[in-house]
Design a protein around this ligand. Structure first.
Ligand code: ZN
Length: 166
């Protein structure tokens, strides 16, 4: 399996990062191949999460491989519970390489999804896993972590980022 390209902000295909992803109709061989390649891509890029739109697939799926956790596949996910305690954590994104910022999000979540074998599952996540799940879930709705930081800070970070890639 070859490495798949990651769509970055400022690149030719960046529009997909702002679109709503579509429900996966069938968890077939194509989806298995795609999610397998996405997990491999995470390892290559040393990332902990990657969503369909980031690899130019407008589909509601993402993969995670958080520290001290196994690789996980989430297809048609729904976050069904978020905790009341909101905590900061520094986030980055393979689609905005080199940009890091503290983002406030719920500390714990419960998510339902299907795995690559077509089996439904529910997990309660906290720590890094809860963080990466929420970040990737945002990607399925066309949202990026920079949307969740203060406007002035966002403008400053993106100005530097776009200058560096330009
Ligand atoms: Zn991201």
């Amino acid at each position: 399996m070859s490495m798949i390209d990651v769509v970055t902000v400022g690149s030719t295909y960046e529009d997909i990062l702002r679109k709503q992803a579509a429900t996966v109709a069938d968890i077939d061989e194509k989806i298995v191949r795609l999610t397998t390649a996405m997990i491999e891509s995470l390892e290559i890029h040393k990332g902990i999460g990657l969503a369909g739109p980031q690899v130019n697939e407008q589909l509601r799926l993402f993969v995670t491989h958080a520290q001290d956790d196994i690789p996980r596949v989430f297809i048609n996910p729904e976050i069904i519970m978020t905790s009341d305690d909101i905590v900061p954590y520094e986030e980055g994104c393979l689609s905005i390489p080199g940009v890091w910022a503290d983002v406030m999000r719920p500390a714990e979540i419960t998510i339902q999804a299907w795995n690559e074998k077509g089996r439904p599952f529910t997990i309660d996540a906290h720590g890094i896993l809860a963080r990466v799940i929420q970040h990737e879930y945002d990607h399925l709705r066309g949202r990026l972590f920079i949307d969740r930081i203060e406007e002035k800070k966002r403008e400053r970070l993106m100005k530097v980022y776009l200058k560096n890639i330009g």
